[in-house]
Write a protein that binds this ligand. Structure first.
Ligand SMILES: [Zn+2]
Length: 184
């Protein structure tokens, strides 16, 4: 179903689940309306959150348009990608006096990387198609999580010691996501 919010069209799906309250989520550019069984009226919910929906969807649309001017790099082979990630993770963690337990590369469906409380860093294999500067940024982002788990202001303070313009990198990663999300 499509709904119109001001000047944009929004793809919309309705789910009935065993939940107490209705809620909205946006996944892959689609607005999901999750409602308790028996509840049918979603118009009120949409009206109430119209501004939030509009901002989120138009942000996604902007990123999508921006992604059309980016290109993936298919020349980097698995081995050099792995080496780049491992070398950089070791170098960075050493420089910052942090201990990384294990670095692994794997297919991830929702993010570029992750860091567990045990110090295991996982890096999305699709990152290999991105420019080296972004690969290094993601590794740096995860290495910083060895010290601070949450994305709070202390965390971003730590990231910005090396990347004062980290917001640009984060934005760029969101733009590239549109190019890799449907690769297998
Ligand atoms: Zn993070």
């Amino acid at each position: 179903m499509k709904i119109k919010i001001q000047d944009i069209e929004v793809n919309c799906e309705i789910f009935h689940r065993k939940v107490k309250y209705a809620r909205l989520e946006i996944k892959n550019g689609t607005l999901n309306i999750i409602m308790p069984h028996g509840i049918k009226d979603y118009v009120g919910l949409i009206n109430k959150h119209e501004k939030w929906i509009y901002q989120r969807i138009s942000h996604i649309n902007r990123l999508k348009i921006e992604s059309e001017s980016r290109k993936l790099d298919y020349n980097r082979d698995d081995d050099s990608f792995r080496k780049m990630v491992l070398d950089y993770a070791n170098k960075k963690s050493h420089q910052m006096g942090l201990k990384v337990n294990k670095v692994s590369l794997r297919k991830m469906k929702t993010r570029w990387g992750s860091c567990s409380s045990l110090g295991n860093i996982s890096i999305n294999t699709r990152l290999k198609y991105l420019p080296e500067s972004l690969i290094k940024y993601v590794v740096h982002h995860e290495v910083c999580h060895l010290k601070i788990r949450k994305h709070d202001k202390h965390y971003w303070g730590l990231v910005s010691m090396e990347y004062p313009d980290y917001k640009k990198y984060e934005n760029e990663l969101s733009v590239y996501w549109f190019l890799v999300k449907d690769l297998d």
